[in-house]
Design a protein around this ligand. Structure first.
Ligand SMILES: Nc1nc2c(ncn2[C@@H]2O[C@H](COP(=O)(O)OP(=O)(O)O)[C@@H](O)[C@H]2O)c(=O)[nH]1
Ligand SMILES: [Mg+2]
Length: 200
């Protein structure tokens, strides 16, 4: 796989042209977003793990095999981030999600041990309203027994049923469990004609 970091964007004029399918990644700070991206791309450090919270963060673009873009969105829900920074996060990410014609899906990363928070659910409801496919991934599943992980998967699946159509994928950056399944879901989202709506 040929992977390159393209650029950090702070405004729309910084984005690369929307000429390739694009997959964005979102989640609470520290949930394991960078680790997921690194695992998918088979790179140890292409998406930096644990960049300092509190700073205004950028939208980071990666080129994958010259055929698609991965987009690392800044983490949300970090309590120590001052309100004005949180607002600028919202503005930056909102503008991105609203205006990006090449966006095929947003991978929403959740910690398997936590129930989805209102920030996670708000994001997924917003994606649903804007007809953007959401791909839920339950990370850090190595922290639970296999049986417990499946119980959590079923429970979180129910909690997401009103906002996201796809069943959450069990994933671990430590064991690479779920890597192929996340890729398969991403490929399907790229190929699908359009958004199919959440479950009734
Ligand atoms: N056990 C375990 N730890 C993980 C996993 N993914 C991430 N982490 C750890 O969680 C912390 C935050 O990960 P990071 O990828 O930087 O999260 P981000 O802030 O969402 O980008 C780091 O200490 C990672 O090593 C995982 O699948 N399993
Ligand atoms: Mg990160």
């Amino acid at each position: 796989m040929k992977v390159a970091f393209l650029k950090s964007a702070y405004r729309e004029s910084d984005y690369p042209p929307p000429n390739k399918p694009e997959i964005a990644f979102a989640g609470r700070s520290n949930v394991g977003k960078s680790s997921l991206i690194n695992t998918l791309l088979n790179r140890k450090q292409i998406a930096r793990t644990s960049s300092k919270p509190g700073r205004t963060q950028a939208i980071n673009f990666f080129s994958v095999d010259d055929s698609l873009y991965f987009v690392d969105l800044p983490g949300y829900g970090y309590a120590r981030v001052p309100l004005h920074v949180r607002k600028s996060w919202g503005g930056l990410v909102n503008a991105y999600l609203r205006g990006r014609s090449s966006l095929k899906a947003v991978v929403v990363i959740l910690d398997i041990r936590r129930d989805p928070g209102s920030d996670d659910l708000d994001l997924m409801a917003w994606l649903d309203q804007h007809h953007i496919t959401c791909v839920p991934v339950l990370t850090k599943s190595d922290k639970l027994s296999r049986q417990r992980a499946i119980l959590r998967q079923n429970l979180i699946d129910k909690q997401l049923s009103g906002v996201c159509r796809l069943r959450p994928v069990l994933f671990s950056a430590r064991t690479k469990q779920g890597r192929e399944e996340v890729w398969k879901t991403i490929r399907e989202a790229i190929q699908s004609v359009g958004y199919q709506g959440h479950r009734p």
